[in-house]
Design a binder for this molecule. Sequence first.
Ligand code: ADP
Ligand code: MG
Length: 405
Amino acid sequence: MLAEVVGFNGDRAFLMPTGELHGLSSGARVVPRPAPLLPPRWGVENHPWRRSEDRGLHLPMGDGLLGRVIDSHGQPLDRLGPLQHTREEPMVRRPINAMDRDPIRTPLDTGVRAINALLTVGRGQRLGLFAGTGVGKSVLLGMMARYTRADVIVVGLIGERGREVKEFIEDILGEEGRARSVVVAAPADAPPLMRMQGATYATAIAEHFRDRGLHVLLLMDSLTRYAMAQREIALAIGEPPATKGYPPSCFAKLPQLVERSGNGLNGVGSITAFYTVLSEGDDPQDPIADAARGILDGHIVLSRELAEGGHYPAIDVERSVSRVMTAVAAREHLVAARRMRQLLAKVNKARDLIQIGAYQPGHDAELDVAVRMQPQMNALLQQDMHDAAALDTSRAQLVHLMNQT
Ligand SMILES: Nc1ncnc2c1ncn2[C@@H]1O[C@H](COP(=O)(O)OP(=O)(O)O)[C@@H](O)[C@H]1O
Ligand SMILES: [Mg+2]
C-alpha cells in the first residue's frame, strides 16, 4: 500500500494512503521508498530519478491522452485499452515568472453568446464559474468544451459523484467534445490525495500542451472540492481550522493551482481556465468563493432564480464580470455592453413595480427603453445548449440591439 508524507510533527511523519485502506493491521511495517510516490506498476529500479527535476511524481503525458478518460494515476477509465503515445513526465514544473508571461490581449470565442457579448473572455484568462448545484454548471462547461476555439481541452472532474462523471462525458461532452479533450476524473469516493492529484495532473497536462505552443482550455470542476480535499488532509494531520473549518493551507493551495494556468512565455501557447466554485444559497461568506474571487481574473455567476425560470444559460450578468474585457474588446463593443448592463440593471431594479402592475410608462424614459428592450435582451442572453454562437455574431447582435436604444 502506498502512502505519501503529508506533514511532520517533531520527529514524526504523518502518512496518508493514496488508495483504499484494506487489510492493514496495527504493527504493519512502514518502508520508505527512495523515489516518492509512484503507482505500483512502476518499479523504482528503472525509474530515472537521479536528476533532481526527475524526482517526484511522473505521470503519462502526450498526444495519446487525447480522447481519453483517465484517473489521477494516469490509468485509463474508458475501457479503450492502455494509453498509446504517451511518456512519463514530472508533475512538478517550474512556474512561469509573472513578468515573463504574455499579457492577455486576444479575445477567445467561447461559443456562448452571453459570455461572448457581455463577459468577453481573453486567451489566457482564468475565470470562476460560481453557482449552487443543479443550475447548469456542467452543461455550460460542456458547451464551452464543444464550441470554444481551442486546440486542446483538458477537463478535471474533481470530487464529483461517479454517476455525474459518466453523464458529463457521455451526454454533455459528446463525441464532438471528446475527440480533442483529455478528461481526468477523481470522483468523490477517491481518497483526498487522489482528488488533489487529479487537479494537479489536469493542470500539468494543460501545461504540457501549452508548452508545445497550443491553445488550451482547462475546465476544472470543481475548485471547491479541491479545497475540501485539502481540508480533509490538513485536518487529519492536526492543522487547526481557521475560516469556517478550512485550515490556512487550503487558502495557500488555491493560488498555487490557479497560477499555473494562463499565457505561456513570449506568446507561445496559452491556458484559458474555468474553475467552478460551489456557492450554495448565495452565501457571500463562503471562504473558498471569497478566496477564489480574489485570485481569478473574473467570475461568472449562475443564478438559481434564472434557472428555475427556464432562462439558460442562467448567467446573472449583473453580478458577473470579466476583468480583461476592456483589454480584448473593441470600443464599440464595450460601449454596447455597458449600455446593456445599464438597461438590465434598470429593469431589474424596477422588477417589483412591474410585477405588481405599478409601472407606468412615461415617467422615466430610460426605464421605458429598458422595459421595451427586455424581451430582445433576454433572447440575446438565452441559448440552447445544442447551438453555438460565434464571437463575431454575438458582438454584432449586441451592437445592433443597443443601436435601437
Ligand atoms: N443550457 C441549458 N439548456 C437547457 N437546460 C439546461 C441548460 N443548462 C442546464 N439545464 C438543465 O439544468 C439541469 C442541471 O444542469 P447541470 O449542468 O447538471 O447542473 P450543475 O452541474 O450545476 O449541477 C440539466 O439537467 C438541464 O435539465
Ligand atoms: Mg455538475
